[in-house]
Ligand binder design. Structure first.
Ligand code: FE
Length: 196
């Protein structure tokens, strides 16, 4: 992806907002710090990879995950309740004929608990605006060339709703254990900018 993302103006705006909330007595500095720490505790793409590996080996879990991800996550010791309020998670499954990719066109909403802090390109104006208009071109820039008959769906995240891509299980992995499968899954695969 081209386009350099600078987080400085956003960071300054966030800090001003924090100061106003504290001045107004809405929250205390310690509460804010505690909420941030809780959100980031254990946040890593390892979590998303574990979810995917379980879905690949356990058909029942896969079905429950696609049906209601929030209800299925505790089966692998995870939840979406890490932040101030529980966010809805929808897991979207790649197939031979369908590919999914996630974005937040408005800002940078992202399932941080399952993927860790988002990469800077995810927050960039270039990605947010272009992936909606020309997803195939953007995916090609990430090195992901999709067949012409694959339907590409772009999912726009919001404050209440987050998405996670369930990539296709690679060929030749039939004999692999669940941890071995999890090690194949990348952050980009969970966003949809890579195949796995
Ligand atoms: Fe956002």
């Amino acid at each position: 992806m081209s386009g350099e993302h600078t987080s400085a103006p956003v960071a300054a705006r966030v800090r001003r907002l924090e100061e106003r909330l504290i001045e107004a007595g809405v929250v205390g500095e310690e509460q804010l710090d505690a909420a941030l720490a809780a959100m980031l505790k254990g946040a890593s793409p390892v979590n998303g990879a574990r979810i995917v590996a379980r879905a690949w080996v356990d058909e029942g879990f896969r079905a429950r995950l696609l049906d209601d991800a929030n209800a299925a996550l505790p089966e692998v010791g995870l939840s979406m309740a890490g932040g101030i309020q529980e966010q809805r998670l929808k897991v979207v499954e790649n197939t031979e004929t369908a590919h999914h990719v996630i974005v937040c066109t408005l800002c940078s909403c992202y399932p941080i608990g399952l993927l860790g802090p988002s990469p800077s390109w995810y927050k960039s104006e270039a990605y947010r605006s272009r992936v909606v208009r020309e997803p195939r071109a953007v995916l090609a820039e990430f090195g992901l060339e999709l067949p012409a008959d694959t339907a590409v769906t772009v999912w726009d995240s919001s404050a209440e709703s987050r998405y996670l891509v369930l990539p296709r299980r690679p060929d030749g992995t039939a004999g692999m254990s669940e941890p071995e499968l999890a090690a194949l899954v990348t952050r980009e695969g969970l966003i949809g900018t890579a195949a796995v």
